[in-house]
Design a protein around this ligand. Structure first.
Ligand code: TXA
Ligand code: MG
Length: 330
């Protein structure tokens, strides 16, 4: 299949209206989308990704008004949208229009992407765009155009070229379909910010019944965000000491805040390959770089990726969640 790669929103909207599948960038990660009113096109997305059929898609809108035409928007939901949207937040709301994909579900995840060009494209499509992250199911979401092309050129109908994702991890997902509200997936908008609007918000680590993990959303029961390499999540001191011990091994890669003692006289004497090391200076920079680094490592055939724990600062919640998920089972 010939994939149309273009920044022309009208051409790419045409593809959607004809039932096509189009990849587009958002401020979080790339999405792979189809019209929310075209069930067949939405089902093609599951096939392309290898996504389990019981994991619903979120729908992307250009305005709050458009969300109101298909969902019940409560007062608090509206206040959250006014505060955080357009932006990296997805609200799961009761559905009003049963024709929106997935038809059988009583709720719908809704999100308004930040980039005005993407909103213009959605407007031009004439329908909401149902889209999961553009990646193979279980693998890390994609944040760079080069990776999108490597996986999906020739597989999807179109790729909309615009600003690449900057946040690097997927949106915060909040369930507002029952009381109390539930944080279904942590992200860049953090629980402290949400609690100003939702004081009784239930957080993921308290989502247990009788000690057993009960997945609150279908997406939470699957393994996620994992590169082919093993991921090891280490506290700062262990990260540095392990790096000094095995950083020169060509099958290892490292992402963190420091690669050696800060004391000038104790600087490591070995030379290290910079392509296998990613130095970051904040949790935000770490999130932004993480999935792209995982992709680089998989292309290099790295066996183990060592990741330093995030700092006790803003931007920790979503990042720590993705690092924990990626390191599960290692
Ligand atoms: O940042 C993002 O959210 C990106 C960009 C493309 O918008 N999208 C994304 O979609 O990450 P996806 O499908 O990879 O993750 C959406 C999550 C999944 O864990 C899914 O199970 C959950 O939201 N979800 C979607 N609809 C739901 C619903 N009706 N009820 C509960 N959970 C839902
Ligand atoms: Mg995903």
């Amino acid at each position: 299949m010939k994939t149309l790669i273009s920044s022309d929103v009208r051409l790419l909207a045409d593809l959607i209206r004809k039932g096509g599948v189009v990849i587009f960038p958002t401020e979080t990660v790339f999405g792979i989308g189809a019209s929310s009113f075209n069930e067949e096109a939405c089902k093609r997305i599951y096939k392309i990704k290898g996504r389990p059929s019981d994991n619903p898609l979120i729908a992307h809108f250009s305005t709050i008004e458009a969300i109101k035409s298909v969902c019940e928007v409560s007062e608090v939901a509206e206040r959250l949208l006014c505060e955080f949207a357009p932006g990296p937040i997805t609200l799961v709301l009761p559905k009003k229009n049963q024709n929106v994909f997935p038809k059988e579900m009583p709720t719908l995840g809704v999100r308004i992407p930040k980039n005005p060009i993407i909103r213009e494209w959605i407007e031009e499509c004439g329908s909401p765009i149902s889209a999961p992250s553009a990646n193979l199911s279980g693998r890390p979401s994609l944040t760079r155009m080069t990776d999108v092309l490597r996986y999906f050129d020739g597989i999807v109908d179109g790729i909309l070229v615009s600003e690449e994702p900057s946040l690097g991890i997927e949106s915060t997902v909040v369930g507002l379909y029952e009381d109390p509200p539930v944080l279904l997936r942590p992200g860049s908008i953090e629980s402290d910010q949400l609690k100003q609007f939702l004081p009784n918000l239930v957080l993921p680590n308290s989502l247990t019944k009788g000690g057993e993990f009960v997945p609150p959303s279908p997406g939470m029961k699957y393994k996620h965000y994992s590169p082919q390499a093993n991921v090891k999540l280490l506290p700062s001191d262990t990260f540095v000491s392990e790096f000094l011990k095995c950083g020169s091994k060509s099958n290892s890669a490292w992402i963190g805040f420091s690669f050696g003692p800060t004391d000038e006289h104790k600087k490591p004497t070995q030379t290290f390959d910079p392509t296998r090391m990613k130095l970051v200076s904040s949790n935000w920079e770490y999130s932004s770089a993480l999935y792209a680094f995982f992709e680089v490592c998989d292309q290099l055939g790295i066996e183990t990726i060592y990741c330093e724990e995030p700092r006790e600062k803003t931007g920790k919640e979503g990042l720590l969640n993705r690092l924990q998920k990626a390191s599960e089972g290692n």
